[in-house]
Design a protein around this ligand. Structure first.
Ligand SMILES: [Zn+2]
Length: 317
């Protein structure tokens, strides 16, 4: 029996965007603490995330974006040496520090390495505890706390480098994955299913109807039971018909009722239920192959409990 992999790297803790920013290194500590105290961490196959090769990042991104992020990090290091500020702001919510480049390479590299291991049968499935998150990063634009789209890179990598024919992306973050949608638009080898609070940042996804996406905008204060019903009606039949050979999960936990970033009403039980339904589809069509990567989730206690619930289902604990 192969285990559930847990990919992370210390560089992912070093990227940070300034005092008080919710997308902070303590998020990874909250996850680690919870996995330690519950013993769940002991059941996982823990692995270091390698840096992603640039050629693999460029499966999902314009090489000009990749060069620009690297250039901004290098420039920042020079500016700091000359007495400048510690951050470069790229939008009102998103900044890089001198560690962002390496963290972003490790975050994407985690998903790539997890994909390799799961497709080799070396791991049953995997969770990547990484930051920066990815699902707002578009083909040629970093935004919304995201630089490279880790999950879209993984999906493209599975198709291009492993020769899979069909992969699904499940996104249960409270925000619409505009970046993923931008990258996979028109690529019918990829089916994306998601729900997201609407109207809400980034204000996309509700009015577009792409043939390879099931976007479910839901109003603020939607509860878990209503989300489950929507998933059962709208996601599952599409996933079953699509028969993905592998499933990627943009695992954001900011739709939790204790998370003030959004206004939705999910609990860790809902995340366990969603994970189980995805796992059922994966078992039927994809030999159980799932690679999940952290996106949002900003209430540290709720984040720790939700990731634990998600991993317990992935690992059959
Ligand atoms: Zn989010």
């Amino acid at each position: 029996m192969s285990a559930t992999g847990y990919f992370t790297h210390s560089d992912c803790r070093k990227h940070e965007m300034g005092p008080g920013h919710p997308e902070c290194p303590a998020r990874l500590d909250a996850i680690e603490d919870r996995l330690l105290i519950t013993g769940v961490g002991d059941a996982l196959d823990r692995r270091e995330a390698p840096p992603a090769p640039l050629g693999d990042i460029e499966l999902a991104h314009d090489r000009m974006l990749v060069a620009a992020i690297r250039g901004l990090c290098d420039q920042l290091a020079d500016d700091i040496n000359a007495g400048g500020p510690a951050y470069t702001q790229i939008d009102p919510d998103t900044a890089l520090n001198v560690h962002t480049w390496n963290a972003a390479l490790r975050a994407a590299g985690a998903v790539i390495a997890a994909t390799d291991a799961v497709l080799a049968g070396d791991l049953a499935n995997a969770f990547c505890a990484v930051r920066p998150p990815g699902h707002h990063a578009e083909h040629n634009k970093a935004m919304g706390f995201c630089f490279f789209n880790n999950i879209a890179i993984g999906a493209k990598y599975a198709l291009e480098r492993h020769g899979l024919k069909r992969v699904a992306i499940v996104d249960f973050d409270v925000h619409h994955g505009n970046g993923t949608a931008d990258i996979i638009k028109g690529d019918n080898r990829i089916l994306m299913v998601s729900f997201f609070q609407h109207p809400f940042f980034p204000y996309t996804g509700a009015d577009t109807h792409e043939p390879n996406m099931v976007n479910l905008p839901v109003p603020a204060y939607t509860k878990g039971m209503d989300v489950r019903e929507l998933i059962e009606m709208m996601w599952i039949p599409r996933l079953e018909a699509f028969k993905p050979e592998m499933i990627f999960i943009s695992a954001g936990f900011d739709a939790h009722r204790e998370d003030d970033m959004g206004q939705m009403g999910l609990t860790e039980q809902d995340y366990a239920w969603i994970t189980q339904r995805i796992k059922d589809v994966a078992r039927r069509h994809a030999k159980g192959r799932i690679v999940s990567a952290l996106e949002g989730g900003y209430n540290l206690s709720a984040l720790g409990r939700s990731v634990e619930a998600h991993i317990r289902v992935l690992a059959d604990l």
